[in-house]
Design a protein around this ligand. Structure first.
Ligand SMILES: NC(=O)c1ccc[n+]([C@@H]2O[C@H](COP(=O)([O-])OP(=O)(O)OC[C@H]3O[C@@H](n4cnc5c(N)ncnc54)[C@H](O)[C@@H]3O)[C@@H](O)[C@H]2O)c1
Length: 299
């Protein structure tokens, strides 16, 4: 798909970060947009920005929790009704949060909440919208994984289990869909997005939407990331990330690495797979994130 004008794009987690920037850039190209999020105010803000700059397109906002299949199905029904359509051309399963780092000192509730949003959101989102994608003349499904979809770590002393497990699942699922779609719906393309460190408020958003219960360890880990200025220290802005993602969709790339750190890390993990979780590989991993200055790995 090399032209997004007069198409309809569905974006989960469209209120902030990369989802918001995708919505803004697609709208600027004449694409109608339906976004869902948990944050009604942030969605209203994104919608107002889009209406101001891209007056001709139609944007709708929907409160839906992608950690619930029922909510995603309701979102799908609202999109069909409010856009008066039986098809959509683009689906970005983008919403995600962090949390549930450890099987030992995170709560089961926090672990499951992260896994359900990060994996469930993509799986249920794909199931819900696939019939609408296949109804389109041409369609494209874009599932957001992470560098944590091929490297399950934030450093040798920071467990990152729920998020990494979910992001590996997103990557495997999306890669497996390549053949499934080729066999059954060859007019629908598919891409897995693997961002490196992108400047967004995901840490704050994870504290708002995840389960930060009674467990100090969970909260401490997220607060430390926030204090490290996760947003400001990223090499790639959310806007640049959205541009890279949309360029990848236009080029029909099934894997879209976002940011120089993602490209470098992908190379390191392939070159020294045995070393990337221990002290022996740390220097190489740090170098991959190198130009970001202080990174999550410094914590
Ligand atoms: N920022 C990074 O460095 C980075 C790196 C790799 C992957 N990612 C992934 O990119 C995607 C976008 O992240 P971002 O950095 O733009 O984050 P962000 O927090 O800026 O935006 C994510 C949006 O999703 C929404 N959201 C969270 N949980 C939700 C739920 N249950 N239902 C509906 N909406 C929900 C949030 O309210 C927020 O508006 C996520 O899947 C994230 O895991 C981010």
């Amino acid at each position: 798909m090399d032209d997004f004008s007069e198409k309809l794009a569905v974006i989960t987690g469209g209120a902030n970060g990369m989802g918001r920037e995708l919505a803004i850039q697609l709208a600027a190209e004449g694409c109608d947009v339906a976004i869902c999020d948990l944050s009604e105010d942030d969605m209203a803000n994104t919608a107002a920005h889009i209406r101001e700059h891209s007056a001709d397109i139609r944007i709708t906002t929907h409160v839906a929790d992608v950690g619930s299949e029922e909510a995603i199905l309701a979102f799908r029904d609202q999109v069909m009704e409010q856009h008066d359509t039986d098809h959509v051309e683009l689906v970005f399963n983008n919403a995600g949060i962090s949390g549930g780092g450890s099987l030992f000192d995170s709560s089961r509730e926090a672990w499951d909440r992260t896994f359900n949003i990060v994996w469930g959101g993509v799986y249920w989102g794909t199931r819900a919208f696939l019939p609408l994608l296949t109804q389109a003349e041409e369609g494209h499904l874009i599932n957001t994984s992470s560098v944590n979809g091929f490297w399950a770590s934030l450093g040798p002393e920071r467990p990152h289990t729920a998020y990494s497990a979910a992001k590996f699942a997103v990557k495997g699922f999306t890669e497996a869909l390549i053949a499934d779609l080729r066999m059954h719906a060859p007019h629908v393309g598919v891409s897995v997005v693997m961002p490196g460190h992108i400047g967004t408020k995901i840490v704050e958003s994870s504290m708002r939407h995840g389960v930060i219960g009674d467990l100090a360890a969970e909260e401490k880990a997220l607060l430390e990331l926030a204090a490290g200025d996760f947003e400001a220290n990223a090499l790639t802005t959310a806007a640049d990330a959205a541009t890279i993602i949309l360029d990848g969709v236009r080029a029909n790339q099934w894997r879209i690495l976002v940011g120089p750190d993602a490209v470098a890390l992908d190379e390191v993990v392939r070159r020294i797979p045995q070393d990337v979780y221990g002290p022996d590989g740390l220097e190489e991993i740090m170098a991959a994130f190198g130009a970001t200055g202080e990174t999550v790995l410094d914590k």
